[in-house]
Write a protein that binds this ligand. Structure first.
Ligand code: B12
Length: 338
């Protein structure tokens, strides 16, 4: 029997989480006659690209499992997901997990210790380019150190919204590079973090316009999706249009959305999703919101959402943040007239 260290709380974070879950599974299994020596525990390998401590966590979990008399099994390729030279990384992690009992791996891969660095992105000096080029490249290179300086300089001559558009275009190029395998997750992460910093500065400008409450707008990124840059732009523009915004954050389970809807009684509800796998979950969220008798208009968005899809699940749609606010204003007007 293979026991995966996952419970109702989702993916485990720490060594302790993993051991606690493993112990629970063994306890329950023994109750129905499965012997401990027949249980192999999978501590759940995650990608190093977004979880830099994962090697240490898995390594320590395996040692602790051994102390408890339990065998372990690990899917090696999760480790290298989103990275270049995956075969080498898989080989590396296989070599380093000394106490591992079993591995799930591609048998045609060479398992030798062979370290290769990710291809280096040559960062050109962009500081002498016109402002637009500086803004674009700061995002493209994930230049967290300099982004605020560049944005502040740009704010002397450009509108916050114009700057925002330049930065978004750069982020789209980052996405394209990721598609073409010119960029890997670490680069995308750096660009996303740089965008967040830039946006924290632009938000201050967006907020300057007023603070009357014209209505309450509740928004969430749906479950299993952690993308929030676009959602945060929608929020900033809604706030600058005097909406009171309730932001539930990212990876929000339906249950939490329902609770928040009951608590805040929003005039409009917004849902964001960036992946084809999570967009499809929006239909169920909307169904459940309607089932508890809430009839507030629902607007959805995110890169892969389309107008047709929105229509098919009886939701409104907007392509970008400006469109979102336009549509929200429209929905508010209609609600008042009814
Ligand atoms: C930055 C980014 C990340 C960052 C996110 C950081 C963050 N805090 O958000 C990080 C690195 C963490 C990340 C992780 C992942 N990502 Co990613 N990511 C991107 C990237 C490059 C840009 C997204 C972005 O911010 N765009 C800029 C914003 C401004 O645009 P936007 O989100 O579309 O929002 C605008 C509109 O859509 C609209 N909007 C947005 N929300 C809403 C809501 C409402 C109500 C309305 C009306 C409008 C609206 O208004 C916004 C402003 O104009 C895209 C590529 C792309 N071209 O989209 C991939 C992308 C979305 N990611 C992708 C993937 C696969 C992943 C990962 C699974 C990668 C991995 N291997 O682990 C993980 C997923 C983790 C998870 N469970 O969610 C895929 C999705 C593929 C698909 N079709 O399903 C994409 C398309 C890249 C690709 N081509 O493969 N990612």
């Amino acid at each position: 029997m293979i026991a995966l260290c996952v419970d109702d709380n989702g993916l485990p974070k720490t060594v302790e989480d993993r051991i606690r879950i493993a112990k629970n599974i063994v306890l329950e299994a023994e109750k129905i006659g499965i012997k401990k020596q027949n249980i192999i525990v999978d501590p759940v390998m995650l990608t190093m690209a977004t979880n830099p401590d994962i090697k240490e966590i898995i390594s320590q979990t395996i040692i602790k499992l051994q102390e408890l008399g339990l065998h372990s099994i690990v899917g090696l390729s999760n480790y290298s997901f989103g990275m270049p030279n995956r075969e080498n990384l898989n080989a590396q992690i296989f070599q380093e997990l000394d106490n591992l009992s079993l591995a799930i791996m591609n048998p045609t891969h060479t398992i030798i210790r062979q370290l290769q660095e990710a291809p280096k992105i040559t960062k050109l000096d962009y500081t002498t380019l016109p402002l637009e080029g500086q803004l674009h490249n700061a995002i493209l290179y994930g230049d967290e150190e300099n982004i605020l300086r560049v944005v502040n300089k740009a704010l002397l001559t450009l509108e916050a919204m114009e700057i925002n558009d330049i930065l978004i275009n750069a982020l789209i190029e980052v996405g394209d590079k990721f598609d073409k395998k010119e960029y890997f997750l670490p680069q995308v992460l750096a660009s996303a973090a740089t965008m967040k910093l830039a946006f924290s500065r632009l938000k201050v400008e967006f907020k300057k316009t007023g603070n009357k409450d014209v209505g309450t707008f509740l928004i969430a990124t749906v479950e299993n999706d952690i993308h929030d840059i676009g959602k945060n732009i929608v929020i900033a523009l809604a706030e600058s249009n005097n909406y009171k915004v309730v932001d539930l954050g990212v990876n929000v389970p339906v249950k939490k959305i329902l609770e928040a809807v009951k608590l805040n009684n929003p005039d409009i509800i917004g849902l964001s999703a960036l992946m084809t796998t999570t967009v499809v979950g929006m239909e169920d969220v909307i169904k459940q919101i309607r089932q508890i008798g809430v009839m507030a208009p629902i607007i959805i968005g995110g890169a892969v959402v389309t107008e047709e899809y929105a229509k098919s699940i009886s939701a409104s749609y907007a392509k970008d943040a400006l469109g979102a606010v336009r549509e929200i204003n429209e929905l508010m007007k209609n609600a008042k007239n009814n």
